[in-house]
Ligand binder design. Structure first.
Ligand code: HEC
Length: 119
């Protein structure tokens, strides 16, 4: 009984931690790998956007930086998914981000777009 209660407690904490503070390595990078990296990497950086690592996100592509810390309204990464720029991922791409995923990315940027990559 005590063990079960402990597990519920631990899971509760993990959940609330990720909901409160999205992480670049745990949330944003997997998101980019799933939806964007296929066309935006060092191998082929469409429109000048390379999302291989954190540095590529804050570097300007054809239309400005993908990520402007604290300013989701200026971040191409958000604008392409919310109607403020050419729609990304493109219509023909098989996977589409969910509203929760887009909110997570926006939240991460609003909170300063911190890089928590281990160096
Ligand atoms: C199937 C390939 C593909 C995928 C997947 C893809 N992109 Fe693109 N992206 C392109 C191409 C091609 C362009 C060049 C724009 C054009 O002229 O259509 C582009 C352009 C862009 C631009 C510039 C937009 C503009 O208004 O000029 C941004 C920003 C961008 N992509 C971000 C993303 C993000 C963020 C994702 C993931 C959510 C993503 N892309 C997924 C192919 C892709």
């Amino acid at each position: 009984m005590r063990v079960a209660f402990g597990l519920v407690f631990v899971f509760g904490c993990l959940n609330s931690a990720s909901a409160a503070d999205p992480s670049y390595t745990k949330d944003v990078k997997p998101f980019l790998t799933k939806y964007c990296i296929e066309c935006h990497s060092a191998k082929q950086a469409k429109a000048g956007y390379n999302f291989d690592d954190f540095a590529g996100l804050t570097k300007a592509g054809k239309k400005g930086a993908a990520v402007v810390p604290e300013k989701p309204e200026k971040s191409m990464l958000v604008l392409t998914m919310t109607g403020g720029a050419k729609a990304m991922p493109p219509k023909k791409a098989p996977a589409k981000p969910t509203k929760e995923e887009i909110d997570m990315v926006r939240d991460w940027i609003t909170k300063g777009a911190k890089d928590d990559t281990k160096k």
